[in-house]
Design a protein around this ligand. Structure first.
Ligand code: GRF
Length: 188
């Protein structure tokens, strides 16, 4: 059985999709949900599904061992960031080099970097007059939104789009592709 660790702190819709996708799988198990917000919806989802959770604190994440020992206990084949906003510390990147991936709601290398998350991304895309946006799934390295690209998918930006309507289109893309890309990575 290959173990997946999901990091999520937002609404958790991607995490929920991934959990559903691998439910009952004899090859892949979502072994742990890591979250930095006690009120995050994803914790309830994990609880309903009987998946262990780890609530992390800033101090130890950035100044300590970044919870590497706990994560190692789960023997992850892959660590997936699905709406996790803190930068991953170097300690963790070194411990799991090439095993951490992220999803970004734009076509990197455009519209990435510090402060580029959620509605900020979609607003920047619209303000720049882009006619296309999309999603990027990439490896995580020491720099924000920078590691090697694994997958991209595109969608149009429509003339009357708001950050909200564009976000919705992007979310649909994420939900359609993320689990399959993870599955492919795990089987290769
Ligand atoms: C997604 O748009 C993802 O690209 C970004 O954060 C958002 C998380 O959404 N990194 P959700 O919490 O999965 O609904």
């Amino acid at each position: 059985m290959k173990h997946l660790i999901l990091f999520a702190s937002g609404a958790g819709s991607n995490a929920a999709k991934i959990i559903q996708h691998f439910k009952g799988s004899s090859e892949v198990q979502v072994a742990l949900i890591v979250c930095n917000k006690p009120e995050a919806g994803v914790l309830q989802i994990a609880k309903n599904e009987g998946i262990p959770t780890l609530l992390i604190e800033r101090e130890r994440f950035f100044r300590g061992d970044a919870y590497v020992p706990e994560l190692k206990n789960y023997g992850p084949a892959l660590i997936v960031l699905a709406g996790f906003l803190w930068k991953i510390p170097d300690t963790m990147i070194e411990a799991f080099r090439g095993q951490i991936i992220n999803i970004h709601p734009a076509l990197l290398p455009k519209f990435g970097g510090k402060g580029m998350y959620g509605a900020h991304v979609h607003k920047a895309v619209i303000d720049a007059g882009e006619t296309e946006s999309g999603i990027t799934i990439h490896y995580v390295d020491e720099h924000f939104d920078h590691g090697d690209k694994i997958f991209q998918a595109m969608c149009p930006v429509l003339p009357n789009d708001t950050p909200e309507t564009l976000a919705q289109r992007i979310h649909e893309l994420e939900h359609r592709h993320f689990s399959e890309v993870i599955e492919r990575l795990l089987s290769s």
